[in-house]
Design a protein around this ligand. Structure first.
Ligand SMILES: Nc1ncnc2c1ncn2[C@@H]1O[C@H](COP(=O)(O)OP(=O)(O)OP(=O)(O)O)[C@@H](O)[C@H]1O
Ligand SMILES: [Mg+2]
Length: 392
């Protein structure tokens, strides 16, 4: 702490500082810009997205879509903090069906980069390009050659954050960040099966996905087909509870070694209401069941590819936990993990979890005092788990 700040009285930060501090938390990297722009395009109902990066995104990030566009009367607010077309008040979060809801992303991107937005919406005679300033205000308007959708161009990223700019421009980090961009693009593309998506870097197309009709077909465009062909799809729907899930897990008779990727964070794809998220309890139940079945056949430090897409009533989830919305809190998570565990047990063992536990309880104890004692404690543990499950 320096002398001038010691003992100094409380003071309100200038709004420009507040803006920069909070924006730098939302927009942390090239991949976070790509994620926010893609989510906006998907929220706008686009069926086709083109992503262009120059020099790893440091010279240019541009996302073009064919979505509904931004109406002329909304343009002055689109990059203003807390302006959103997706919710009207907090209670709307209980019926949220969009990726965005905070009205913060474009405002934050404007605060740390140069932004211009080209858009045309229904009824507009022609498209326009709007140049924005760092406060998210329109400073220039001109006609644009655009027949549908929106294109957002971001240049000079982090020009007012020298440490971050230097960090992201250093040699190896540029390549690492490019991998993260690919992961963001592929993950959102994977779950939005019907949307056509193309990622270009320095005038080359480095990845693209056609519009397809199922998660399995989408997965084939993200992972090698030799892996995906070895996965089994399990679907479950509980209509009264408005709950459904799709699981892609290694087939019982697959060559498990060839389905393996690196660490579980690269191999386990979890989506809740079409949002790529991390939720430890749900991931763990799927991961553990697969590892329990294949056991030591799985090479150490590897994890088989698996995917879970869970659709829940929006009021069962809280996504407002982190600025980047990648963590989710799920109400009654035990009920969901039990359902998942049962479906996995039925596929791998032909019976659900309760039946497996019941059978374990009915097993004859082995002979010999030491073994009997050990057996009894295992049996007791199984009974307790069984009773706990019953109470859920
Ligand atoms: N590609 C797009 N097509 C149509 N409208 C868009 C597009 N991008 C942004 N908008 C409009 O601009 C508004 C502001 O976007 P922004 O990303 O800042 O906020 P948000 O998506 O509402 O919430 P969040 O900050 O959580 O992403 C959106 O609510 C939407 O109305
Ligand atoms: Mg958004």
């Amino acid at each position: 702490m320096n002398e001038s700040s010691q003992g100094c009285s409380l003071q309100r930060l200038p709004s420009s500082t507040v803006k920069l501090i909070s924006s730098a938390q939302v927009i942390t990297s090239v991949s976070s810009v790509v994620k926010e722009l893609m989510e906006n395009s998907l929220d706008a109902g686009a069926s086709s997205l083109e992503i262009y990066l120059d020099e790893y995104g440091l010279d240019r990030i541009e996302v073009r879509d064919n979505g509904r566009g931004i109406p002329a009367e909304d343009v002055q607010y689109m990059c203003q903090r807390s302006y959103t077309s997706k919710i009207s008040d907090f209670s709307d979060l209980e019926k949220l069906s969009s990726y965005g809801f905070r009205g913060e992303a474009l405002f934050s991107i404007c605060a740390v980069a140069d932004v211009s937005v080209s858009t045309i919406s229904k009824g507009d005679p022609f498209g326009r390009t709007y140049k924005m300033n760092h406060n998210g205000e329109v400073i220039e308007t001109k006609a644009a050659n655009l027949d549908r959708g929106t294109s957002i161009l971001v240049t000079n990223l982090f020009k007012n954050l020298p440490v971050r700019k230097q960090f992201v421009t250093s040699g190896k980090r540029k390549a690492d960040e490019m991998k993260k961009v690919e992961t963001v693009v592929k993950t959102l593309a994977l779950i939005n099966c019907e949307v056509k998506i193309r990622l270009n870097h320095n005038k080359f197309t480095i990845w693209q996905k056609a519009s397809v009709c199922s998660i399995m077909r989408s997965f084939i465009q993200v992972l090698p087909p030799s892996i995906v062909k070895q996965l089994k799809e399990i679907s479950y729907k509980d209509e009264p509870e408005h709950m459904e899930f799709t699981l892609l897990i290694p087939k019982k008779d697959c060559n498990i070694v060839t389905t393996c990727l690196g660490h579980s964070s690269e191999a386990v794809f979890l989506f809740v209401n079409l949002r790529p998220v991390r939720e430890r309890e749900i991931e763990k139940v799927i991961h553990d069941k697969v590892f329990e079945y294949f056991g030591t056949k799985i090479p150490s430090r590897k994890c088989p590819a698996m995917l879970a897409s869970i659709i829940l009533p929006p009021d069962m989830i809280d996504i407002n936990l982190e600025p980047n919305k990648t963590k989710v809190m799920v109400k009654d998570v035990e009920k969901i993990t039990k359902l998942l565990s049962d479906q996995l047990s039925i596929y791998y063992y032909g019976k659900d979890e309760d039946e497996i536990m019941k059978e374990a309880c009915l097993m004859e104890p082995p002979k010999g005092n030491y073994l009997i004692q050990a057996f009894k404690s295992v049996q007791q543990e199984v009974e307790e788990r069984f009773c706990r499950r019953r109470r859920l």
